[in-house]
Design a protein around this ligand. Structure first.
Ligand code: GUN
Ligand code: ZN
Length: 429
């Protein structure tokens, strides 16, 4: 079956943090995307492609904007039900809200229920792929990969390993973390669109033995990604210093155990020392900016200047982050950058939420509107509310028309979400 999707199309041809933001896009106001077997087989002018694919089924989105689906590069799907929990900072937020909820994920039914809820919310918000932390329980990993497979989604996920400074029922051991992670990796990595990610939660909750065991697993399976947290809050950094007086800095606690190289993803990475920045850039690691979380939990202001030197992805950090929406996340990234004296261009924000996050995940087949990429798409209505529409009516350029939706849009702006060419937005989740 051939599907012809029409609307305005926006494709990135380069990195807007390196090349002038307005020069990196190909925009067509009467554009079309042709999909066969879940992949994009053609992109061009609607009139031309209509002639060339006369028998295609058609999905007409009028003036709505067709983009690659959003890629959320750091989430904790098990925290879906505790999003927007009041009044704490990182360490007491984890202890008060997160750990009690995560303790429930040994129950496969609970895990499946939340995994399905999370993915429905993601799709409603135009997010077609995510990279998720799970919990200590293998059942939590099975649940998210199974729910993603049901929807045909590309998902990255891993068992969140902890063997110290966590409640008894959320602790494993160095060997147990290795064994469970390896078994899950063998079960899921490369099955359909599933990718396993080696996942120590962060240095305070993993002993050196556990970090080393996971570093060892990564050496055996270097094709995997490794995700963790780095320098999110000042108190956390002081704690790491107490736990590891021998380390040069926080990053060093990962590197000393084989957990720093090109396919590593570090969430938050706000309060970095110069040595850490240089070393991250040297090895080609990726940072993930989680702006709604960083303001909600009071962590700090990420330095977006790093996007010129490093792979940087964008993420909701559900449920430390306060929204499932990558539009809201782009708005927060804009506001955080403003507080640091930088105005991010809409092109940079949209790129971060699509190709930038995909690049952080080393995922070549998503985040792009081009021939050969998977047909994971989001269609944005640029007039989704009265407030947005009355502002967009004044717009003279594409960027002026898009920015109000970035700043004020939510799931109502998502007219459709396609996963491998299949429309997924059928109503409220
Ligand atoms: N650092 C360690 N674990 C977590 C978590 O679950 N959320 C956030 N925001 N930071 C963390
Ligand atoms: Zn996180």
């Amino acid at each position: 079956m051939t599907l012809l999707i029409t609307g305005q199309t926006l494709a990135f041809v380069d990195d807007p943090f390196i090349v002038a933001p307005e020069d990196v896009v190909r925009h067509r106001s009467d554009g079309a995307v042709v999909v066969e077997d879940g992949r994009i087989v053609d992109v061009g002018a609607a009139a031309d492609l209509s002639t060339r694919y006369p028998d295609a089924m058609r999905a007409d989105h009028g003036e709505a904007l067709i983009l690659p689906g959003f890629v959320d590069a750091h989430v904790h799907y098990p925290q879906t039900a505790i999003i927007a929990s009041w009044g704490k900072r990182l360490i007491d937020w984890l202890q008060t809200y997160t750990f009690p909820e995560e303790a429930r994920f040994g129950d496969p039914e609970h895990a499946a229920r939340i995994a399905n809820t999370y993915l429905d919310l993601a799709l409603a918000n135009g997010t077609t792929s995510a990279c998720s932390f799970c919990t200590i329980h293998p059942e939590s990993v099975d649940a998210i990969f199974a729910a993603a497979a049901d929807r045909g989604m590309a998902i990255w996920a891993g068992k969140t390993c902890m063997d110290r400074n966590a409640p008894e029922d959320l602790r494993d051991t160095a060997q147990g973390a290795y064994d469970d992670s390896k078994a899950l990796l063998d079960r899921w990595h490369g099955q359909g669109r599933a990718s396993y990610v080696i996942t120590p939660r962060f240095t305070p909750t993993s002993t050196p033995d556990q970090l080393a065991a996971l570093g060892g697993l990564w050496t055996e399976r270097p094709d995997c990604l490794m995700q963790t947290h780095l320098s999110e809050q000042v108190d956390e950094i002081a704690w790491v210093r107490d736990l590891h007086p021998e380390a040069r800095d926080y990053l060093d606690t990962y590197e000393a155990h084989g957990l720093l190289r090109e396919r590593s993803l570090f969430g938050h990475a706000i309060h970095l020392a110069d040595r850490e920045r240089d070393r991250l850039a040297e090895v080609g690691a990726a940072l993930v900016h989680c702006p709604t979380s960083n303001t909600f939990i009071g962590s700090g202001l990420f330095d977006m200047g790093l996007a010129r030197r490093l792979r940087v992805g964008l993420a909701t950090d559900t449920g430390g982050g306060s929204s499932f929406s990558m539009l809201r996340t782009m708005a927060a990234a804009y506001e955080v950058a403003q507080l640091r004296g930088q105005a991010l261009h809409s092109s940079q924000l949209l790129w971060l939420a699509t190709a930038g996050s995909a690049r952080a995940l080393h995922a070549d087949g998503i985040g792009r509107l081009e021939v050969g990429a998977m047909a994971d798409l989001v269609v944005l209505d640029l007039h989704s509310t009265f407030a947005i529409a009355q502002r967009t009516a004044r717009a003279d350029t594409l960027w002026e028309a898009v920015f109000p939706t970035i700043m004020m849009g939510d799931d109502r702006a998502v007219a459709q979400t396609y996963v491998a060419g299949r429309p997924m937005k059928t109503g409220r989740p």
